[in-house]
Design a protein around this ligand. Structure first.
Ligand code: ADP
Ligand code: ZN
Ligand code: ZN
Length: 723
């Protein structure tokens, strides 16, 4: 009898499947985890195919050890998605397959965590809880409002509040809470009457629920996009289907999760993000895969979640760079979401106040249906934006006089002000005024950032850290100083100007400490803090009702960046942070300090005119044949010495097949030459035709894999998101 050949995806950097004898396997096992010998080890793989023949003679093939029959096989559409990724991103299929599985399943033996525990408020708890929490206990209030909506399980609650387990235990002890069986009916939530724009968007999207239909939902912050998502999810659930919602970050914006879970208290929701413990992730993934979970709410990797009854995909903040994975398999979760929607014939909604120019152009071309929400749903006014010309009003310690005045007035009215610092152009460095020495990272071409409070110098590219030297290492001058305004310098200056203000600093450093981000948000909500100093992350989806003034300290770095996407990002960021001001009944004010007030970006920004900005940027892109009017790929190489990386790229270039429609540039050094001790170079490819580019890459990558790369590491980045 002829053998059956199992074709198995393994986590090895080779772009192919591995053949084994698998006589006990059948077609029905495709998608199962398989245990196989590999070299002298045993490894876990994924069965992707059963064949009759192999290129290798049967006596050379080893046998499959066993198949995992405890879990259902991975669904065919997820396998197809994995194969698509492999071919589109030119990345080893086995590495994608294993990365798409929850980490716990990458080892043979795994344990499903204990079944979920469900909690419901007792009558006593319903009575007591709303009055027992101080207003500043924002996270506990999130827990409470979720439980007031109905029973919830521990996993879901954990997302809403740091240290949820301890709080729940406390409430159990007080008799406010009891553990229950799943499925206690919750009261129906009260829904707002949809505005005409929302209504129109909902009906358009729900028109043909069984067809692939991509939508771009454009609406400023507060225009009611989330409400539209929720209605669409509701319809999908009502017709017995599952919904996939992708968001850029979960940990920093638990409000979004709360809104979804309060709206659907009876529905099992799998919240998937990178901070989960292995077992927890497996549990939630499994629950989505077997159809118990009806909503998957997750960050980029969640796009690979098996969803047997998928009926709707939503990508919120679709322009956000977090959807692009920058390590290993470099993929765009937004693009894959659209692929999945096409594959499963379901609607996909990309939502944003500042869509990516790729999506915007797709809408202009009619490939996506553009839906616009024109007004703020709460009726709140748009914040007023004004520029402060720093050539006239010279900032001192980063702050100009008009900015200081506005901050003073805001605080005097008892309202809150946010000082927004664009990190990119604004890292404080250590500098010697005598010899112009600036503290360098020994491993990168970056400069070290000064962290005065911890008395450390830190590299934000490679993580290198060192102590602050007592005097200049170059000339011995003991008077070395900070240059540039980091959050801490601004904080000190603000403390001098407003000694009575209660300030908090919200940046990555501050949020890295567990729980401190929660505490900080609580202080802001409760009004304990009235002066907020923050970087990018504060711009994301927070709703602070007393916040009426935003001051943007320096936007100029991005205006003249090498990266052609820098302006697009700046515009999105500034509009997003402006959206923080005056959301409730108070009008907001936004002041932007710039030395280039005549820059066209600002005229569109001041008019809240995204379409105008997009038109202008797209005209530039069209002229320069940049994306979305062309498609790019970049081959990157790094080595101890730049010359080696360049030489390898030069050799690689010589191997490229002829493809008239594809332009291939010369190898160059990367904008940031050194990173983590390696010197980096790159080679760009560009084509008006995605097909031509892909055809070239397919042939080329085969050659590249055979090109000796001693001391050189390389990878290919398709549709690169960064220079
Ligand atoms: P976005 O997601 O675009 O920022 P949201 O959906 O969060 O907008 O809506 C902003 C605010 O307006 C929220 O507080 C929401 O509850 C409220 N809201 C949304 N739609 C309506 C509506 N139709 N009527 C009244 N309030 C609404
Ligand atoms: Zn010096
Ligand atoms: Zn470094």
């Amino acid at each position: 009898m002829p053998h059956k050949i199992a074709r198995v995806a393994l986590d090895v950097p080779l772009p192919r499947l591995f053949d084994y004898l698998g006589d006990e396997l059948s077609e029905a096992d495709i998608g199962r985890r398989i245990r196989v010998p590999f070299g002298r080890k045993e490894v876990v793989g994924l069965l992707l195919d059963i064949a009759d023949t192999s290129e290798l003679p049967a006596e050379k093939l080893r046998s499959v050890i066993e198949a995992d029959r405890q879990l259902s096989p991975l669904a065919a559409d997820v396998l197809a998605l994995i194969r698509f990724c492999a071919s589109y991103y030119h990345y080893p299929v086995g590495q994608i397959a294993l990365a798409a599985l929850p980490t716990a399943l990458r080892r043979w033996h795994f344990q499903l965590p204990r079944p979920r525990q469900y909690f419901a408020l007792t009558a006593q708890g319903r009575q007591a809880l709303p009055h027992s929490l101080p207003p500043r206990a924002v996270a506990r209030q999130r827990l409470a409002s979720r439980l007031l909506a109905g029973a919830a399980d521990s996993a879901e609650l954990a997302v809403l509040c740091n240290g949820a387990a301890a709080v729940l235990q406390d409430w159990l002890d007080r008799g406010w809470l009891e553990t229950v069986q799943e499925g206690i009916n919750a009261p129906a939530p009260v829904l707002p009457q949809l505005l005409p724009g929302q209504q129109a968007a909902c009906s358009r999207i729900a028109e043909r629920p069984h067809e692939f239909a991509p939508f771009l939902l454009h609406g400023i912050t507060g225009s009611g996009k989330t409400e539209v998502y929720l209605r669409l999810v509701e319809e999908a659930l009502a017709s017995g289907r599952q919904a996939l919602i992708l968001v850029p970050e979960i940990g920093l914006t638990p409000q979004f999760t709360q809104r979804v879970s309060v709206r659907f208290p009876d529905t099992r929701i799998s919240v998937l993000h990178s901070g989960l413990a292995e077992g927890e992730r497996l549990q939630r993934w499994q629950s989505a895969a077997n159809g118990k979970s009806r909503i998957v709410l997750g960050t980029r990797l969640a796009v690979f979640t098996p969803l047997p009854e998928l009926g709707l995909i939503i990508v919120d903040e679709e322009h956000d760079a977090s959807f692009s994975q920058q390590e290993g398999l470099r993929y765009s979760a937004r693009d894959l979401a659209v692929f999945r929607a096409r594959q499963r014939r379901v609607p996909v909604v990309l939502g944003s106040a500042t869509p990516s120019l790729e999506s915007w152009q797709n809408a202009l071309d009619g490939r996506y249906t553009l839906l616009t929400l024109p007004v703020r749903a709460t009726g709140a006014e748009l914040p007023q934006l004004r520029l402060i010309d720093t050539r006239i009003d010279k900032p001192e310690d980063g702050l100009s006089r008009p900015a200081l005045k506005a901050i003073g007035e805001t605080l005097a009215r008892g309202e809150q002000a946010l000082i927004f610092i664009n990190r990119r152009g604004y890292a404080p460095v250590l500098h010697c005024p005598a010899c112009a020495w600036v503290a360098p990272c020994p491993r990168c071409s970056a400069r070290l950032t000064l962290h005065l409070r911890e008395q450390r110098l830190r590299c934000h590219h490679c993580g290198h850290e060192e102590r602050i030297p007592a005097d200049c290492p170059a000339c011995g001058n003991p008077d070395i100083r900070a240059l540039g305004q980091g959050t801490q310098r601004v904080e000190e200056a603000l403390a001098r100007h407003f000694p009575d203000a209660r300030s908090v600093r919200a940046d990555r450093d501050a949020t890295r400490r567990k729980g401190s981000w929660e505490a900080m948000q609580a202080e802001i909500h409760a009004g304990t803090a009235n002066l907020i100093i923050g970087t990018q992350l504060i711009a994301k989806g927070h709703d602070f009702p007393e916040l009426t003034l935003v001051v943007v300290l320096d936007a100029d770095g991005a205006l003249f960046s090498l990266d052609f996407r820098a302006e697009e990002r700046l515009f999105a960021q500034l509009l997003q942070v402006a959206g923080r001001a005056g959301r409730a009944d108070k009008a907001g004010q936004v002041l932007i300090q710039t030395g280039f007030p005549q820059h066209p970006l600002f005229s569109h920004l001041l008019a809240h005119d995204f379409p105008g900005f997009a038109d202008e940027q797209l005209a530039i892109r069209r002229k320069g044949l940049l994306p979305p009017f062309s498609h790019q790929a970049v081959l990157r190489a790094e080595a101890a010495r730049l010359a080696d990386a360049l030489a390898w790229l030069q050799a690689a270039r010589a191997l490229a097949p002829e493809m008239p429609g594809v332009e291939m540039f010369e190898p160059v050094s990367a904008p940031m030459l050194k990173k983590a001790g390696h010197e980096r170079a790159q080679l760009w490819l560009q084509s008006a035709s995605r097909t031509d580019l892909q055809r070239l890459l397919r042939e080329w990558v085969l050659e590249l894999r055979d090109l000796p790369a001693r001391n050189v590491r390389w990878h290919l980045d398709v549709d690169p998101a960064e220079n």
